[in-house]
Design a protein around this ligand. Structure first.
Ligand code: SF4
Length: 392
């Protein structure tokens, strides 16, 4: 490294370590610095910004109420057309059955998302939310991506405000930030020509935050995007968070979740570079540094596996996401069959990495300190213990 490069290196990292906000050029410079140095700063900030001893996770279930979708993203192996034999739309009984399984393991939240199914009317969505609230009152409903909301807005003749008020009145608690990928339209147009554009994504998220709904920010890397585009993505999230904190009494993004593009069984297979574990950990560390106003950074086990997710706890992450119990969208393109994590697996990941695991709700509030010893002592006679960390 030349003397001038070394001084840029130490200058940017020193500034970040002091907790000062980095500009676009400084964030982009981080991609060219040695990862151990960037990771050390990111982990230091994580220890300052969140409880240094704790790693949290959520017990929840993904429920994909339909796999019929007319958006047809090139990176998606989950969606089907109506005519395909394995297309489906779940009815209330099927959804209740899945929620009862979640209730049995102490879960508190469902992530209810689908494809964009043109055959569903507003009454389906309202009926679904009302049914869940009436029959499962302890379960929070975080539902619908901005893509699904955009479809409803265009189709049902309601303004965005009226639509969200209608959904909230029926039981909606949160609007997860799925579909973020890279919020730069050049990247989005290549990966999914019909995908929701970044302006609409932020318009819908902003309305949700204004109405007090839970939201989370997301990012997917590996489309072949440039470092400048990744930086622009992070800056847009940071700007929205500043706006929400100032205007909506702090109701901005509760956290940031990031994973790498999975292309198995998709049209992008062999055409997009994807991202290695090194790139994933680098991007996570840079996100922790750049997003100085987003408190919680999640490690992603569904795309990265438990071992890399565990390492991510030293690259800026303070949270292991959630059990999911049934994840269909990322795993359909991931080339593996892991759809869920057990509570024991997430506890063991946190404990072995040197942290105290805590169970949270979707707002990242701690709701339980699990009996770690009891979980870890479970034997192979217990199905939960059969899938030891990294064994599958
Ligand atoms: S990612 Fe979502 S919107 Fe895109 S095709 Fe798949 S289900 Fe449809």
């Amino acid at each position: 490294m030349t003397a001038s490069a070394l001084s840029v290196h130490t200058g940017v990292l020193d500034k970040a370590a002091r907790g000062e906000r980095l500009n676009a050029a400084e964030i982009e410079a981080l991609y060219h610095l040695p990862l151990p140095d960037v990771a050390a700063v990111a982990h230091g900030l994580r220890l300052q910004r969140r409880d240094p001893q704790l790693v949290s996770f959520l017990i929840d279930r993904n429920i994909n109420y339909t796999n019929i979708c007319n958006v047809g993203c090139n990176f998606c192996a989950f969606y089907r057309t109506r005519r395909q034999g394995d297309s489906y739309t779940l009815d209330h009984g099927q959804i209740s059955h899945k929620i009862r399984e979640l209730e049995e393991v102490g879960g508190t939240r469902i992530l209810l998302q689908g494809g964009v199914n043109p055959e569903l009317g507003l009454d389906y969505y309202i009926g679904l939310l009302r049914h869940v609230k009436a029959n499962h009152p302890t379960i929070r409903i975080d539902a619908f991506s901005p893509e699904e909301v955009l479809f409803m807005e265009k189709t049902f003749g309601l303004s965005l405000d009226d639509l969200l008020d209608t959904l909230i009145g029926a039981g909606l608690d949160g609007l997860p930030g799925a579909g973020g990928e890279i919020l730069e339209d050049d990247v989005r147009a290549r990966a999914a020509p019909a995908r929701i554009r970044s302006d609409d994504w932020f318009r819908i998220i902003d309305a949700a935050q204004r109405k007090g709904l839970y939201t989370i920010s997301t990012m997917v890397i590996g489309f072949g995007e440039t470092y400048a585009q990744r930086t622009a993505h992070l800056l847009k999230i940071r700007e929205q968070q500043d706006h929400a904190n100032a205007s909506y009494a702090g109701n901005g993004f509760s956290g940031f979740a990031m994973w790498t593009l999975q292309t198995e069984h998709t049209r992008l297979h062999g055409k997009a570079p994807g991202a290695t574990a090194h790139e994933y950990l680098q991007q996570l560390a840079i996100a922790r540094i750049a997003l100085d106003n987003v408190p919680n950074i999640q490690a992603s086990w569904p795309a990265q596996g438990f071992k890399v997710a565990q390492a991510a706890l030293y690259y800026g992450a303070n949270d292991l996401g959630s059990t999911m119990l049934e994840e269909n969208v990322v795993s359909a393109a991931a080339g593996h069959d892991r759809h869920s994590a057990t509570v024991r697996e997430l506890i063991r990941s946190a404990v072995d990495a040197g942290f105290i695991p805590v169970i949270r709700n979707s707002r990242f509030e701690i709701i339980e300190r699990p009996d770690v010893e009891a979980y870890l002592q479970r034997t192979a006679a217990n199905p939960e213990a059969e899938r030891a960390v990294g064994a599958v």
